[in-house]
Design a protein around this ligand. Structure first.
Ligand SMILES: Cc1cc2nc3c(=O)[nH]c(=O)nc-3n(C[C@H](O)[C@H](O)[C@H](O)COP(=O)(O)OP(=O)(O)OC[C@H]3O[C@@H](n4cnc5c(N)ncnc54)[C@H](O)[C@@H]3O)c2cc1C
Length: 509
């Protein structure tokens, strides 16, 4: 009996298994590909996701190749600037706000980490056949076909396995068989566009008129992105009458690359594929003991680079809640907050992605001219904003936002907060030791959820003064944060006992 079986070792499944393993849970991860997939899908990650990778000790290889972009630029067909987004801003999580990366550089260390984690069992090369709910467990049936010896390993006989777990996280992608089996429908936000994607490896430095962003050219909407230091991505919207089959011809990609001044001397194509960008969301993100996460629960067009980031947020939201339930600290009712907390954030990113796509991919020249005029005159439509998380968060400004991670020093160790202090719940005060304000029951509760109580400015040094400035800007002396980095709430030190009692009310359900 495992604690959790994770279905699918895409980025979301890898992170979910990693986070649960880190918490000491007994996890099994089942994936049909015998080896790492080794091709990119996602290109952009934000600082929140990088902080999650940091928790899993997986940032070293990733940061060596990832690029913290300066700006994301949108130009029209004539080259006029429509919009420019500052991507070099400092993210609150301790990293630049946005990175472009080559996905295998993120997945390789995640996979290696899992291989070294004694609490995680990896079942690669297994096709998930069925997910069968039991009374207080779920059974996962999977099979592995016989395989000849090859460069990846010795010959294998066919094998069937049945895994039992208290809970299942289905991160088996947009076509999730588990979602289908559970009979969970998806609702469609009505976006559907086909784009040709060419992921390329650079042979030499390339200098493009537009390095990172979009040519919003009605004759051929085009996206140009670096994927880390060694790769680049190009995307072209299919025009009416063009088919996926036609556009999959390598000659087509080379012809389109030539229009950007690029030839086979500059790049080799790693993968050419026509994707259908759509926005579909599962009406229910769980059924019984099975939870959908990542693309299995939702897909969105990639114009904000947030599909995978959203899935990793799902994993981060679920992991600590499952841990508390499995440890008996919380009742399963805590898990009811998964969809209600995640869905508003996901919907906001999906709408923002769709609206960005509408700006980018206009094909009608008159509509494109009207769009350009709107940008020129400052009348571009307002974009949806991302709301703070509500649920296990106080109802006050600043709660439900991402918490600050900055440099601290304890003793001789200096580094980012999570590395020096550790992840999980934290109670951080800039004026005194938070423990001094709490009674034994409150301290026992905080201990049961593994919270770190920290006096930044006391025994822990606020190296750049960022904690003092951040809390002062909120008018707070203390802040309580959740393991997925979201602020539960804050206030004066005198208010802390009340804040902890409120947190207790949410956790000890
Ligand atoms: C062109 C493009 C660009 C994108 N750019 C970005 C971006 O810049 N940033 C971003 O955040 N997102 C981006 N996305 C979205 C991102 O790629 C997805 O959201 C992300 O890959 C979803 O991860 P996942 O782990 O949920 O699913 P997947 O990556 O699909 O992984 C699912 C896994 O489950 C396994 N599986 C499925 N069924 C079974 C079965 N029956 N048995 C065994 N194993 C099974 C699969 O083999 C796979 O490994 C982009 C998507 C596209 C198409």
């Amino acid at each position: 009996m495992h604690d959790v079986v994770v279905l699918g070792a895409g980025p979301v499944g890898l992170v979910a298994a990693g986070l649960l393993g880190r918490l000491g849970r007994d996890v099994a991860l089942v994936e049909r590909h015998p080896n790492l997939y080794n091709l990119p899908r996602a290109g952009h990650v934000d600082h929140e996701v990088v902080r999650t990778l940091q928790l899993l000790d997986c940032t070293d290889t990733f940061l060596k190749d990832a690029i913290a972009c300066e700006t994301y630029t949108m130009r029209n067909g004539k080259g006029e600037l429509l919009a420019e987004f500052p991507w070099a801003s400092e993210g609150i999580s301790g990293y630049p706000s946005d990175f472009m990366m080559y996905q295998p550089t993120m997945e390789d260390p995640l996979h290696s980490q899992l291989c070294d984690d004694p609490t995680v069992s990896l079942y690669r090369g297994f096709e998930i056949e069925n997910v069968v709910p039991g009374d207080d467990f779920v059974e996962v049936h999977a099979t592995s076909p016989a395989a000849e010896a090859d460069e990846f390993g010795p010959a294998r006989a066919a094998e069937s396995i049945v895994l039992r777990a208290r809970y299942v996280i289905a991160a088996d992608g947009g076509r999730s068989q588990t979602r289908e089996q559970l009979g969970i429908e998806r609702y469609d936000l009505g976006y559907s566009e086909e784009w040709l994607n060419a992921d390329c490896r650079r042979k030499r430095p390339v200098h493009l008129e537009l390095d990172t962003g979009q040519w919003c050219d009605p004759e051929r909407p085009t996206t140009v992105l670096p994927l880390g230091h060694r790769h680049r991505r190009f995307e072209w919207r299919l025009l009416p009458g063009e088919t996926a089959e036609q556009m999959s011809d390598p000659a087509v990609a080379w012809e389109l690359l030539a229009r950007l001044g690029l030839t086979a001397d500059d790049l080799s194509i790693v993968r050419q594929h026509v994707w259908n960008f759509e926005a579909k969301i599962a009406s229910q993100w769980s059924r019984g003991r099975v939870f959908l996460a990542g693309d299995a629960a939702h897909t969105m067009p990639p114009f904000q680079g947030q599909g995978m980031c959203s899935g990793i947020r799902d994993a981060n939201n679920l992991a600590w809640k499952l841990d508390l339930v499995l440890r008996g600290v919380s009742s399963p009712a805590l898990l009811d907050t998964y969809q209600s907390e995640r869905e508003p954030n996901l919907l906001a990113w999906t709408h923002l992605s769709i609206e960005t796509g509408k700006v980018t991919s206009v094909l009608d020249p008159e509509l494109a001219a009207a769009r350009d005029e709107a940008f020129r005159t400052g009348n571009a439509p307002a974009m949806p904003t991302i709301p703070p998380l509500t649920g296990i968060a106080r109802s006050q400004p600043g709660a439900g936002e991402l918490s600050l991670q900055a440099l601290v020093r304890r003793g001789c160790t200096e580094g980012l907060f999570d590395d020096v202090i550790g992840g999980g719940f934290t109670v951080v005060s800039t004026v005194a030791d938070p423990a001094s304000m709490l009674d034994p029951q409150q301290l026992a509760f905080l201990s049961s959820i593994g919270a770190h109580l920290v006096h930044v400015g006391g025994d822990v040094v606020d190296v750049e003064g960022k904690y003092a400035a951040h809390l002062a800007a909120q008018g707070w002396e203390v802040v309580v944060t959740r393991p997925d980095f979201y602020v539960f709430g804050g206030g004066s030190l005198a208010e802390l006992p009340g804040i902890i009692n409120e947190l207790r009310g949410h956790i000890e359900v």
